[in-house]
Design a protein around this ligand. Structure first.
Ligand code: SAM
Length: 271
């Protein structure tokens, strides 16, 4: 039984999680236990997770809940700080950070739409302390309908940010590089953005431990398989289309809504 699962069971009010999340909570959040941190959970619902986090992090942690539902205010009576507003509203977050100041850990268990998840990450990243974390959960919604435009899903955004992390490598254009966080870690249904300011700011350049050149020939291109297409080894796309039928239908419906003439011409061309 993991520590976070124990805290989940100990909560006196209903908390709603998934069985696979507790290993991930322990992994991402374990290092903050017992510390004097500011923890923000977006999505209060029946209040159970606030008590779960109080038990998990300990009494030194400042636990803040954010919800669109004004009824969540009642949990202030239990010693939690509650802010009412929408996570998709940058003005709400501006007022929030004005009042709260920088935070250490953000857990997004709110509405799970792409706009809500992306706005939350983009707006809060600059307000997370060094050593902190933004953890977005229920990221499987990126593969489901009803959470936004599939081509602009949260996981599509994450893939772009992964590219931007690698653009920190020296010699690549600086403007393409991601410098607000150090790493992105993906596990089932969750993505963690870790803030490590020193490591992120370090200049990326080649370095030798002794001298300034190597003596041996580098055999990289002597390898006959070095530049072979990877399909010759593995068929990664077997049985998978890049787009699901459901995603294709949603895209076509969106085109029909925005530009019915274009949709008609597309259907004509397909005949
Ligand atoms: C999945 S529940 C949270 C569950 C809770 N964290 C738990 O573990 O029991 C989602 C919550 O997010 C809130 N919510 C939905 N959209 C929101 C938004 N745009 N901004 C803030 N909260 C939102 C809902 O009112 C609901 O209480």
């Amino acid at each position: 039984m993991t520590d976070s699962y124990q805290s989940f069971l100990s909560s006196p009010h209903v908390a709603y999680k998934h069985t696979t999340y507790f290993d991930s909570y322990d992994h991402f959040l374990g290092q903050y236990r017992g510390n004097d941190i500011t923890f923000v959970e977006i999505g209060v619902l029946d209040g159970g997770s606030l008590f779960m986090w109080r038990d998990f992090f300990g009494s030194k942690a400042r636990i803040i809940g954010v919800d669109l539902n004004p009824a969540a205010k009642k949990w202030e009576e239990e010693g939690f700080e509650i802010f009412i507003g929408s996570q998709s509203d940058p003005d709400f977050w501006a007022r929030f950070v004005d009042e709260v100041g920088p935070v250490d850990v953000v857990l997004d268990d709110g509405g799970h739409t792409y706009a809500q998840q992306i706005v939350t990450v983009e707006v809060l990243l600059p307000h997370v302390n060094d050593g902190g974390l933004v953890l977005v959960e229920d990221t499987h919604t990126s593969y489901m309908s009803g959470f936004g435009t599939p081509s602009q899903s949260f996981m599509e955004y994450v893939k772009q940010r992964v590219d931007a992390v690698n653009f920190r490598f020296g010699g690549f254009p600086k403007e393409k590089s991601e410098t607000r966080f150090w790493s992105i870690e993906v596990v089932e249904s969750m993505v963690g953005f870790r803030i490590r300011k020193g490591a992120t700011a370090r200049k990326s350049e080649p370095i030798f431990n002794i001298g300034s050149r190597f003596e041996s020939k580098d055999y990289r291109l002597e390898d006959a398989g070095a530049l072979k297409p990877v399909e010759e080894y593995f068929n990664f796309n077997a049985g998978h289309s890049k787009l699901t039928l459901r995603e294709l239908i949603l895209i076509l419906q969106e085109i029909r809504k925005r530009d019915p003439g274009l949709a008609r011409r597309m259907f004509e061309a397909l005949k």
